[in-house]
Ligand binder design. Structure first.
Ligand code: KG4
Ligand code: ZN
Length: 339
């Protein structure tokens, strides 16, 4: 069978990324230009600035992805690009570039759902991990428990009713005067803190619910910080970070394991930026071992936003002839049901 080579482009938020992926799992190149340094001083991603920087970098990043793959544009089978969800201006930059390339090179275009991309990252470098499984998607914009019945067959079992878990991390980090993105900084601080220092609320919602709510714990942490400041007491940032992290991770892990039990599934995966979190990895590994569940975790570089996951997703779209017309538009609020 002829190799299927996907050139993939991802620009849904603050990473300009392009990758070349062979047969859905072999990453020939994965170039990521992160805008974090630019947005850091604003405490979060500024959409207009993100779009402008994608425009400045996209051509360079795509050329580098082709060069590093040791292939030529003519070797590409199809072009995959994130169509949503994400920031509309940022998405449009990648989408317009991909459409231009598809037209000029006369290659098929594949529009990819960013959340599905995170899920498809499970297959990169790991052909042995197969559906069905329960996937916990945890990022700056999403918190979902998904039953992956088959490649491209999803059932959303739970979602956040308010903040995404990464968003809660970023907001708590800001309260501790840590710069954006706060997740990795809280994770690092927590290494030296006491996770039992404060018992922050664990929100499970109604019995049996697989939905999440993180705004309560976020407010509880910020209130604690403000009260401490008002009393002129010193803030134990390490203990606060560890206590917050323990509370959030306990809920994520318990709900994911519960989803496996009620659906009689014995495989679990965690994807998205927050799946880099050391405490989430530790507790999920411990619980999966205890319950006899197989756990799949990707390398950090495929957890945070990257185009390789878009390339993996593009492969499955390609083999199922799910092509898009050049009239494809950005879909900022796309959900997984509409993948
Ligand atoms: O998947 P991602 O790169 O972008 C989105 O699709 O949102 O996820 C970014 C999020 C940020 O909120 C960041 O703070 C969080 O992932 N993150 C972490 C860690 N590394 C990244 N959160 C907790 N612990 C980490 N080690
Ligand atoms: Zn993402």
């Amino acid at each position: 069978m002829k190799d299927i080579i996907i050139l993939a482009i991802e620009t849904s938020c603050d990473e300009t990324s392009a990758a070349v992926v062979k047969n859905g799992h072999e990453v020939l190149s994965n170039i990521i230009y992160s805008q974090i340094k630019i947005h850091e001083k604003f405490g979060g991603v500024v959409p207009e600035i993100a779009s402008r920087n994608h425009i400045n970098k996209i051509s360079e990043v795509v050329d580098e992805a082709i060069e590093k793959s040791n292939l030529n544009f003519s070797d590409i089978t199809a072009i995959a690009v994130t169509k949503g969800p994400g920031l509309v201006g940022a998405l449009l930059t990648g989408l317009s570039y991909a459409k231009g390339l598809a037209f000029v090179l006369n290659k098929p275009l594949l529009g990819i759902n960013h959340i599905e991309g995170h899920i498809m990252a499970n297959y990169i470098t790991n052909k042995d991990f197969t559906p069905p499984y329960i996937c916990l998607v945890v990022s700056g914009g999403h918190t979902n428990i998904i039953l992956v019945n088959d490649y491209g067959k999803y059932k959303v079992l739970g979602k956040t009713l308010d903040d995404a878990v990464g968003e809660a991390y970023d907001k708590v980090a800001r309260g501790l005067n840590l710069s954006y993105p706060g997740g990795p900084k809280i994770d690092a601080l927590a290494q030296n803190g006491d996770p039992e220092y404060i018992k922050f609320p664990r929100v499970y919602l109604e019995e049996g619910s697989l939905n999440f709510s993180f705004s309560g714990i976020k407010s509880s942490v910020l209130n604690h910080i403000n009260k401490t400041k008002m009393k002129n007491d010193s803030i134990n940032a390490e203990d606060i970070a560890a206590s917050f992290q323990r509370a959030v991770v306990e809920v994520l892990v318990n709900k994911t394991i519960y989803a496996c039990e009620i659906n009689l599934i014995n495989r679990v995966a965690i994807v998205g930026g927050v799946s880099c979190n050391s405490e989430l990895r530790r507790l999920m590994s411990e619980q999966c071992l205890l319950k006899g569940l197989q756990l799949n975790i990707q390398k950090n570089i495929y957890c945070t936003d990257n185009a390789a996951m878009v390339g993996a997703s593009g492969y499955f779209k390609y083999i199922n002839n799910m092509f898009d017309a050049l009239s494809l538009n950005a879909l900022p609020s796309l959900s997984l049901d509409e993948y």
